[in-house]
Design a protein around this ligand. Structure first.
Ligand SMILES: Nc1nc2c(ncn2[C@@H]2O[C@H](COP(=O)(O)OP(=O)(O)OP(=O)(O)O)[C@@H](O)[C@H]2O)c(=O)[nH]1
Ligand SMILES: [Mg+2]
Ligand SMILES: [Zn+2]
Ligand SMILES: [Zn+2]
Length: 1565
């Protein structure tokens, strides 16, 4: 039925296209990139159910070189079930759902653009499928010669029958004049022509379906559009007489359809073929078509003599009519084809030998034009592109010369530049030279080389190349293809032989090292490909980057990266690592990728797959098969460096795979050890492997099974790379691919091998770990997740049979397909994904790290630095939240303790009980807080963004910092609360005395009042006073006043001190005994000389002789200042003295000394320091104590309140209302408590304010803080400031920070605002409390102000210290609480105003900050100052985060002369920088090493806790170079040394350079 319908719709082409879903593409051609796009079907194995899915399925298989591609068909249910039975006899295969493969192929070719066509032909030819030579269009009746499509086929064969197997030649088929024989039919025939041809072309045991024939899947489906198609295929000999059917190559063309209907094609074939074989059964037919065809070709008639209609006489007639050579008749005589095929073969063999008509396919174009056959290359764009390409390549005769002349930048200059770049990191050849001078000389050389590059004018070839690259769309693609084809043709002549030789040498005589080396060099010298032109583009660009931005020459190059980006986007591979120079042109690659990122509107998330393996093990082939791409494949050393290529991901899959593109990186084969010794390529291989493994999400390790030593070598390199990646926190997914496995059950058989592989891996891991100094790694599984069963893949050999006639092994293609599915699954599993900008950063980072001899990936790396500073910021936030929380809790707790006994709530509960409860509560709160930090840290590391993997190894630092923080806070809390309790206890006696006195007096006053009232008499004021006076005197005489005990503070102190020093030696004891504490600390504390300096004499370099002494003095001074501050604070509080004060002081000293363990302090010095401080403290505390006793003398204080009692007494007698008065009194007492409250609360707020305000970034991490100091110093540009920063680092930082805080708070009255905020808050609390209490008591209307006040106090017990206040209010009568509350509310409001006004007036922010109990400046200082460690060489402070960390590090190190290091011999300042020294071969010697010399490289032997990393860029240390150069003389003068010899380029540095380097080093934008 269906057949009918197209007959009537007119166009069976349209019909078929719409059936197969290709309709739209007839106009709008399918492109290669859409076909290669990864979509849902890429790895789906769903059965095909619609005709529309067939073209896709065919292409998918074809692109993977699957020889079964042509058998794609729909799976229909009825076909499955009803395969037999009488009923099914006449149901024809449903023509609706089937299509002849030829139709499918024809349709696809008609709907594809030229690039896809070319690729399809390429893959078909690899599968040994016949490919279209003339493509018919049954609609327009036009045929097209597929010259362009065939242009890329390159085949290799052995034309000589002499058995020397080396005579392989490689040829581009369209250019070689292989004789062609054509096979056509006239009328219907009984034999299958195509099947006969297949047999003709197959080597006997390996029959292969080159041409589609009836007996294939769907081959019997009637063809609808492919009649008129001429297919072509080739036979190539392999050089083995026993196998080869023909000894020379031959092309076989096959015309589909009856020649009578396709006369044009037939005529074309007759003009181009050496012979045309006409299959004919029906001699009655009209044979006019044969007329006049035997001009160029020989005609053969192939007849079937078995047929009943066969007549010899008719045949003879034909022969004479058409003047066919009578010998040119071949008859099929038997049923069996064998003999028939043999006859044909020998006939064809003869033709090959004698034929004169040899036409290359390229030359067939002319014939095509004669017959009005279109030629696909005639397209305008293609022709113009070809012209451009030819122009460039035409003149190349000598590749080496051409490269020299036309591509000069990449030659020797670029190689030297690359070496310089590495030498800058490795400093191997510096010799005896001073390192910084050496580095400067390297920089000079680099500049010279760049200058040399600038001098080269752009060559003619490059100008034309850029012109070609700048063409739009398809024309550029044509141009690039033409370039590639032309260059390939050129180097084929030069290289094929070399490659073969190379391969043979490598395989058979690896001992001939010199020959191999020579060949290798020749290979790289002679090769000239597209990549060389792109390299030159890169160098043009890079060289221009070193010019000033405004230069025209630079501007002209700015568009180049865009061109290359476009190329990548079009699916061309681009070189990432230049294998010859062994370097990445980073500026160029960066620019290209950045451009690309812009081109795709930032949708540039990528997944990266790479392949690694030994040379020529089919790595490129594997990738090409897997993704349908076109990396260069050839025998012999072929891929150099690493190439990247992008494959698009369809939008339906972007979400799932989390990427927009897949980047495939093909790498140069690693060399076997024998080969690598030749030219140190081991290093190159190692670098390459580290880089690509580092870059990839999935790494494929390709191994050829047959060679186990080779396998070992590559694994060794790979293991190194993995260990390094572990350092970086990257866990790449990795697959080991064993290729060339002959047996499909290999997986099982190789069980033992796999175990052995793992053993070997373990062994190599250990060896590699030793070399990388990572001894804790012992097993391969420590390095990466590896499961011997699933991490290995087995892929059978590529060819099915003997090349060149072997098709691709279907097993190979299937295995690769199944592998691809695994990869897709891997991608889905991968978590995070980043875009190209990130890939770029990674590339830069890894490459930087690789350039060092030891792979260094540390804080100098911007990614790590960034991740680390994020982590620090995160942790600092958590830490601060914890501290703030604990502080406010502690303030409450302290207040509570002070208020104990105030309201007599639990009179029986002892203070100690309260303390225990509070400590328990504290402990709970602390645990909660600690847990929160830990949980948040875990969460942070789980989040996976911000590159947490890079800083995974520092996680432990922060986890333990949180623990330390908790422990330290717990100690502080305990000390504080205990202190508060002890003070409280100390006051107990005084309080008791006072309250008993008060209650006695109260009773007496009330008695007197009672008495006076009873007398009824109206007493005058005077009389009343007299009565009171009498009573007062009498009472005082009755009270037994106890003096407060007076203590000897010095004695207390010396006791505490000797307990503190009890573990020290006898000398110390003597000091304690012999010293009168009262006399201590009166003079300046001076560290005694002696014991310092002598040890350091006569060294290579040495500290200033007084260095140690000065350091110690500085430390002691610091401690003294700190303690003095503490003492002053206590004294200002005007409380009584308590033992804990001295204890606290000593704790403070011990803590500080502990923090500065590196400054060695003798026991004697420690003791005298403590004596000094305790002496001072004892004196001041004694005075405070005396004052306290004075002020609080019971008798005196009672007498002081005499007036109060009197007024009270009078008022009561007069029955005056006391509401207002009491309210006033109470308010007056509230005021100091409120002020106290505000003072306590404000500290943390100030920290918050500074941390979140403008400039907050400076305080986010220690690094950022250092940065802002150094930046400020640079701006100020004063040596004095630098000097203070360097020599009095701590106090400098302290002052600096304080100034910053003060500055910030002075702006916009920030401090006042904070204060007012807190006043408002507390006043609101008070008024709320008042109204609440009123509400509660309102109904009962308690007429008792005293209770009312007590209730208020109780409610505020956690906020305000009111105990004393309460004691001093006398309330003897009762009055209306309602009225009292009203007054009180008003008064409190007034108090708020007056306090606020006062705050606004006090101007000195500095003073106010200093007086806070929680000092924001100290708090911030402690956090920002960090561990306080300084670099053992240059003294730069550590920037590591957290409280505790395993290693110290700093962003930039200083020139050591800045720290007054000098040469012993010349007294000249030293300019060396630690970060250069640690990678150089220099040695150091100091007290630590006991005067012996020790290599800087191994500095960790002595400074285990320091991490000093090499500095790859010259610029990184520019800051200190600038400082050193600028202040050279000042430093020398100040430190009594001679100025250093400063390298010339240091002197040229400007403040701007210094700033830039600072920003870069601290990773600031
Ligand atoms: N016999 C055989 N040949 C293969 C196999 N795989 C690839 N080849 C051939 O080996 C040659 C080298 O393949 P490539 O893919 O270029 O190898 P490569 O590993 O990329 O080579 P380099 O990049 O130069 O290290 C090509 O001619 C392939 O056709 C295989 O499994 N068996
Ligand atoms: Mg390769
Ligand atoms: Zn240093
Ligand atoms: Zn540190």
């Amino acid at each position: 039925m269906a057949l009918f319908s197209f007959l009537f719709t007119g166009s069976c082409l349209r019909e078929l296209l719409s059936k197969t879903g290709l309709e739209d593409h007839y106009e709008n051609k399918l492109t290669l990139s859409t076909v290669l796009e990864i979509n849902a079907d890429t790895t789906s194995d769903e059965p095909l159910t619609t005709m529309q899915s067939l073209p896709g399925a065919f292409l998918k298989k074809l692109m993977m070189a699957n020889v079964n591609a042509r058998s794609v068909k729909c799976l229909t249910t009825d076909q499955e079930v009803s395969y037999c039975g009488v009923d099914n006899m006449d149901t024809d295969t449903d023509s609706k759902n089937v299509i002849n493969p030829l139709d499918l192929i024809t349709a696809l070719f008609l709907c594809s653009d030229s690039f896809l066509q070319q690729e399809m032909v390429q893959k078909m030819s690899t599968c040994q499928f016949a490919v279209p030579l003339l493509l018919p269009n049954c609609d327009t009746k036009q045929s097209t010669l597929m010259l362009w499509a065939l242009r890329d086929i390159v085949r290799k064969f052995n034309p000589s029958s002499q058995t020397s197997t080396q005579a392989f030649v490689e040829e581009r088929i369209v250019l070689s004049d292989i004789p062609m024989v054509s096979f056509v039919r006239l009328g219907e025939i009984r034999v299958s022509k195509s099947q006969i041809l297949n047999k003709l072309l197959s080597n006997p045991p390996q029959y292969h379906d080159t041409f589609v024939h009836d007996d294939m899947e769907c081959g019997d489906v009637p063809r609808q559009i492919s009649d008129g198609l001429v297919e072509i295929s080739w036979y190539f000999p392999c050089g083995n007489r026993n196998i080869d059917m023909f000894t020379k190559p031959v092309a076989v063309a096959n015309l589909r359809g009856d020649i009578r209907s396709f006369e044009t094609q037939f005529s074309f074939l007759c003009q181009t073929s050496a012979a045309v074989y006409i299959f004919i059964d029906d001699f009655e037919a009209d044979l006019k078509v044969l007329e006049g065809k035997i001009t160029k070709t020989e005609l053969f008639l192939v007849v079937n003599s078995q047929k009943k209609t066969f007549r010899v006489d008719t045949l003879n007639k034909i022969i004479t009519n058409y003047s066919i050579n009578p010998t040119n008749v071949i008859a099929k005589k038997k049923k069996n084809d064998v003999e028939f095929v043999k006859t044909l073969q020998s006939s064809v063999g003869d033709i090959i030998e004698q034929s004169k008509n040899r036409l290359t396919i390229e030359n067939m174009a002319d014939v095509a034009h004669q017959f009005e056959i279109l030629v696909d290359e005639d397209r305008g764009e293609c022709q113009s592109a070809r012209k451009m390409a030819d122009e460039i390549t035409r003149n190349i005769t000598d590749t080496i010369q051409f490269k020299d002349k036309q591509l000069p930048l990449q030659g020797q200059i670029w190689k030297e530049l690359s070496q310089l770049e590495k030498e800058r990191c490795r400093l191997r050849k510096g010799g005896e030279q001073n390192i910084e001078h050496y580095k400067s000389s390297l920089k000079r050389k680099e500049e010279e080389l760049r200058k040399k590059q600038h001098k080269c004018d752009m060559s003619g070839a490059m100008t034309s190349f850029i012109l070609g690259m700048s063409r739009s769309g398809p024309e550029r693609s044509y141009f690039l293809k033409w370039m590639r084809i032309n260059l390939d043709n050129l180097s084929r002549q030069n290289l094929s032989a070399l490659r073969d030789q190379y391969k043979i040498f490598c395989q058979h005589s690896p001992e001939k090292k010199d020959d191999i080396k020579h060949l290798d060099k020749q290979l790289s010298d002679c090769s000239l490909g597209l990549e060389h032109f792109l390299r030159e583009l890169g160098q043009l660009y890079e060289a221009s980057c070193s010019l000033p931005k405004s230069r025209l020459q630079r501007k002209q190059m700015e568009h180049l990266p865009g061109l290359c980006a476009q190329m990548l986007l079009d699916g061309f591979p681009v070189e990432l690592v230049d294998g010859d120079a062994s370097n990445i042109p980073l500026k160029w690659i960066s620019a290209v990728l950045t451009q690309l990122h812009t081109l795709v509107q930032s949708n540039s998330k990528i997944r990266v797959v790479t392949v690694l393996g030994v040379q020529s093990t089919g790595k490129s082939t594997l990738l090409n098969t897997m993704f349908g791409v076109q990396f260069a494949v050839s025998s012999g050393r072929c891929t150099r460096g690493a190439f990247m290529l992008l494959v698009k991901v369809h939008k339906e899959l972007k979400e799932e795979l989390k990427c927009d593109f897949i980047m495939i990186i093909d790498t140069e084969g690693l060399k076997s050890p024998e080969l690598s010794q030749l030219d140190d390529s081991y290093e190159h291989d190692n670098e390459l492997a580290t880089l690509v493994i580092g870059l990839s999400d999935v790494t494929i390790i390709n191994m050829a099974m047959e060679n186990s030593t080779e396998m070992k070598d590559i694994l060794q390199i790979v293991v190194h790379a993995f260990i390094r990646m572990k350092e970086v926190g990257k866990k790449p997914i990795c697959h080991f691919v064993h290729q060339n496995v002959s047996d499909m059950s290999a997986h099982d058989n190789n069980m033992r091998d796999r175990k052995k592989l793992l053993e070997q891996l373990d062994e190599m891991t250990q060896a590699a770990a030793r070399m990388e100094k990572k001894e804790n790694i012992t097993k391969f599984t420590d390095v990466m997740k590896y499961d011997p069963d699933t991490s290995s893949r087995y892929i059978p050999g590529l060819w099915h049979g003997t090349p060149p006639m072997a098709p691709v092994n279907p097993g190979y293609s299937e295995a690769v397909y199944s592998f691809k599915k695994t990869l897709m699954k891997d991608f889905r599993k991968c978590q995070i994904n980043y875009d190209l900008t990130h890939f770029l950063k990674w590339t830069q980072s890894l490459w930087e790290a690789v350039k060092f001899e030891k792979f260094i990936f540390s804080f100098r790396n911007s990614l790590v630095a960034d991740a680390y500073s994020r982590l620090c910021t995160e942790y600092n936030g958590l830490e601060w939240a914890f501290q703030k929380n604990m502080y406010s809790w502690m303030v409450c707790a302290e207040t509570k303790i002070s208020n104990i006994g105030m309201t007599d709530q639990h009179p029986q509960r002892s203070i100690r009980c309260v303390l225990n409860e509070l400590m328990m509560e504290a402990s709970e709160k602390l645990s909660e807080g600690e847990k929160e930090i830990q949980d948040n840290l875990v969460k942070y590391f789980e989040k996976q963004d911000g590159h947490v993997n890079l800083v995974e190894k520092y996680k432990e630092d922060f986890v333990s910092s949180a623990k330390t923080l908790r422990r330290e806070t717990e100690n502080t809390v305990r000390n504080k609360l205990q202190g508060a309790v002890e003070i409280k206890e100390g006051m107990k006696e005084l309080n008791n005395i006072q309250s008993s006195q008060a209650s006695t007096m109260e009773k007496k006053v009330l008695d007197l009042l009672h008495k006076c009232r009873q007398n009824q008499s109206v007493l005058s004021d005077k009389a009343l006073s007299e009565e009171f006076e009498n009573m007062w005197k009498k009472t005082l005489s009755e009270i037994h006043f106890k003096e407060l005990p007076r203590r000897d503070v010095a004695q207390d102190a010396i006791l505490t001190l000797s307990r503190n020093l009890s573990t020290r030696g006898g000398q110390v004891n003597k000091m304690l005994v012999g010293n009168n504490l009262v006399e201590c600390g009166k003079k300046e504390f001076v560290v005694e000389t002696g014991g310092f300096g002598e040890k350091c004499g006569g060294l290579f370099k040495h500290w200033d002789i007084n260095h140690y002494r000065n350091k110690l003095q500085e430390l002691c001074d610091n401690i003294i200042t700190q303690c003095q501050l503490f003492i002053t604070q206590k004294v200002e509080n005007k409380t009584d003295y308590h033992d804990t004060y001295i204890k606290e002081l000593l704790n403070k000293i011990d803590e500080t000394l502990e923090q500065h363990k590196n400054v060695k302090i003798s026991e004697e010095c420690e003791s005298s320091l403590k004596l000094h401080i305790c002496g001072r403290a004892a004196r001041e505390f004694q005075k405070m104590h005396n004052d306290f006793i004075e002020v609080n003398d019971p008798r005196k204080s009672l007498e002081q309140s005499k007036n109060k009692y009197l007024t009270e007494f009078r008022d009561m007698f007069d029955n005056q209302d006391q509401c207002l008065k009491k309210a006033e009194e109470f308010t007056k007492l509230l005021q100091p408590a409120v002020r106290d409250y505000v003072t306590k609360m404000i500290g943390p707020d100030v920290v918050d304010e500074v941390k979140t305000g403008k400039g907050s970034k400076d305080y986010s991490t220690r690094g950022a803080f250092q940065f802002s100091i150094l930046k400020q110093l640079l701006t100020d540009g004063q040596y004095e400031k630098y000097e203070k920063y360097i020599y009095n680092y701590k106090s400098f930082v302290k002052d600096w920070l304080f100034d910053q805080i003060v500055q910030q708070l002075s702006k916009d009255c920030s401090l006042e605002k904070l204060e007012n905020k807190h006043i408002s808050e507390i006043v609101k609390t008070i008024t709320d409390t008042i109204s609440n209490i009123r509400k509660e008591t309102g109904t009962t209307n308690v007429n008792d102000v005293k209770t009312f006040i007590q209730n208020i106090c109780r409610a505020l017990e956690e906020k305000l210290v009111l105990k004393d206040a309460l004691d001093s209010i006398l309330i003897l009568n009762t009055s209306d609480t309602k009225q009292f509350a009203v007054y009180l509310t008003e008064l409190v409001e007034e108090m708020k105003q007056s306090l606020a006004a006062k705050y606004n007036k006090i101007g000195d922010v500095k003073e106010r900050l200093r007086s806070l109990p929680f000092k924001p400046q100290d708090e911030m200082f402690t956090r920002l100052f960090g561990c306080g460690e300084q670099c053992p060489f240059c003294g730069v402070p550590c920037e590591a985060g957290g409280i505790t960390h395993a290693t110290h590090h700093a962003s930039i190190h200083r020139s050591e002369g800045v720290h007054s290091y000098r040469w012993t011999s010349s007294s000249k300042l030293v300019i060396e920088i630690c970060s250069s020294l640690v990678v150089s071969d220099a040695s150091f010697s100091n007290a630590e090493t006991g005067g012996t010399f020790h290599p800087y490289k191994d500095y960790q032997k002595y400074y285990r806790h320091w991490m000093i990393t090499g500095d790859s860029s010259i610029e990184a240390s520019d800051y200190w170079k600038y400082v050193m150069a600028t202040f050279n003389k000042r430093i020398a003068d100040a430190k009594h040394a001679l100025p250093a010899d400063i390298p010339g380029d240091w002197k040229a540095l400007t403040p701007d350079d210094a700033l830039k380097s600072l920003m870069k080093s601290f990773n600031m934008k």
